[in-house]
Design a binder for this molecule. Structure first.
Ligand SMILES: C[S@@+](CC[C@H](N)C(=O)[O-])C[C@H]1O[C@@H](n2cnc3c(N)ncnc32)[C@H](O)[C@@H]1O
Length: 439
């Protein structure tokens, strides 16, 4: 295709997917809200958004490719190199700007916001202008800002805001990435204990790993718990609940459960299921408190139980129908990921299944045939910018743990080494579930 043909094809994809997205909102009861709207649309809180995700990845991929094709190359790379949105979002969350604006639909001046948040008014103006330029908050008069559809996500009641807060550690590690890669000891290391994050805090000599630093910091532990709810909401992982045949099974071990955000939804949909949460003792203590308040009946009836421990040493819960691991394997370099899978294999009964629920890396070229959903040309086969979160997450895993998001064949080879074989692949739009049985 020459450039004009590519632009034509990209414009068709954009037009087609934009109209499909409008239809998708309307199918869920109301037309798509404008950016100024402060009203939640039913689709905003829907668990299964796989169809919308598939539409949006084409739309975003095509818009990004169209602009990258037609803008001067220097313009595009400098814009990306200067990107500081993440830093301003972090400030907005920490200083609770969206909370401050909640009762002021006609907005507050930067000075009024500064009086509430204690952030200097001039600096706050620059920060909010950058955010509003890409549609998070809006400037309704010079220096006067109000909430809009995107900034509502930064309210402290929204788990997504905790996930934004949780990006502090990878951002800190990202600032050290270049120096870390050039360091003779840290650069070539594959160890969790020598990740770019560990490099960034090595002079403090306080912690052995990111998990060590979070486990010993109750405030960050809480942010991790709620941030995981926000991250999973964005990833749409709860769509596994309506899509996977849970009713064929009776017992589940949620391995590395966190505070049990997944299991809360699972027992709500399948109240007869017996679920055991397995995590570190500190996180299990936190989750016991949370469940005692949020769902005491499930705890008293024994439908939810707790198994503190260390999955690198042993899985204390034996012979479950399902061992479910959401956002676990990607946190660990191959050596530790294999230990976790081997420990699960030792805990499994003859009919147990393992569900590994993570992002799955897709090829950026069309050379190798694969069974994954491939984008139409001229898009990159992995949807390019339409799947950028997956690639950001991949690099975040490198920054934090010297780990990565894996391809199907990388996870399968770890599975094989742990005496398990891939039986089924579930594509949930952004994320995928790899289902393993004993081999
Ligand atoms: C990224 S979070 C995922 C939480 C949860 N699966 C979810 O998706 O919401 C990883 C979890 O692994 C737990 N974890 C880390 N090291 C562990 C270990 N050695 N044994 C058991 N759990 C561990 C952490 O405490 C944390 O809750």
């Amino acid at each position: 295709m020459n450039t004009r043909e590519q632009v034509d094809a990209l414009l068709s994809l954009i037009k087609d997917s934009a109209y499909k997205a409008l239809d998708e909102y309307e199918k869920h009861g109301q037309e798509a809200p404008t950016l100024d709207s402060l009203v939640t649309h039913p689709l905003d809180v829907e668990v299964n958004t796989v169809d919308l995700k598939r539409i949006i990845r084409t739309l975003e991929g095509a818009c990004d490719q169209l602009c990258s094709t037609l803008a001067p190359p220097a313009h595009t790379v400098v814009n990306r190199g200067q990107e500081l949105y993440w830093s301003c979002l972090g400030v907005a969350v920490r200083s609770r700007i969206a909370d401050a604006l909640a009762d002021h639909p006609r907005g507050l001046s930067a000075q009024e916001l500064s009086d509430i948040t204690k952030v200097d008014a001039v600096k706050l103006t620059s920060i909010l202008r950058l955010l509003a330029t890409r549609h998070c908050f809006k400037e309704i008069d010079t220096g006067v800002f109000a909430n809009n559809r995107l900034s509502l996500m930064l309210h402290s009641n929204e788990p997504v805001s905790s996930f934004i807060d949780l990006l502090k550690e990878p951002s800190q590690a990202a600032a050290s990435l270049r120096a870390c890669l050039e360091d003779p000891e840290y650069g070539p290391s594959k160890s969790l204990y020598k990740s770019p994050f560990m490099y960034s805090i090595k002079d403090q000599g306080l912690y052995t790993s990111l998990y060590d630093s979070i486990t010993r910091n109750p405030e960050r532990r809480k942010v991790l718990g709620t941030g995981m709810i926000g991250m999973n909401f964005v990833m749409g992982t709860l769509s596994v609940i309506p899509i996977y045949p849970w009713k064929e099974y009776a017992t589940v071990c949620d391995v590395g459960s966190g505070i049990g955000a997944f299991s809360q939804s699972l027992v709500k949909s399948f109240p007869s299921m017996r679920v055991t949460l397995h995590d570190t003792p500190e996180t299990i203590n936190l989750s016991k408190d949370i469940w005692a308040k949020s769902n005491p009946d499930a705890v008293v009836s024994g439908h939810i139980s707790f198994a503190p421990g260390n999955f690198l040493e042993e899985i204390p819960v034996k012979n479950q129908d399902i061992y479910y691991l959401r956002n676990i394997i990607h946190n660990w370099p191959d050596k530790e990921a294999l230990s976790i899978l081997k420990n699960i294999r030792n805990a499994m009964g003859p009919h147990s299944r393992v569900l590994i629920h993570d992002y799955v890396m897709r090829p950026l070229n069309r050379c190798e045939p694969n069974d994954l959903d491939t984008a139409p040309e001229p898009l990159l086969p992995n949807y390019g910018g339409g799947q950028v979160r997956l690639y950001n997450q991949d690099v975040s895993m490198l920054l934090l743990y010297n780990s990565k998001e894996r391809t199907v064949s990388e996870v399968s080879s770890l599975g094989r080494e742990a005496s398990s074989k891939l039986e089924k692949f579930w594509d949930l739009g952004d994320t995928s579930v790899l289902e393993y049985v004993a081999s």
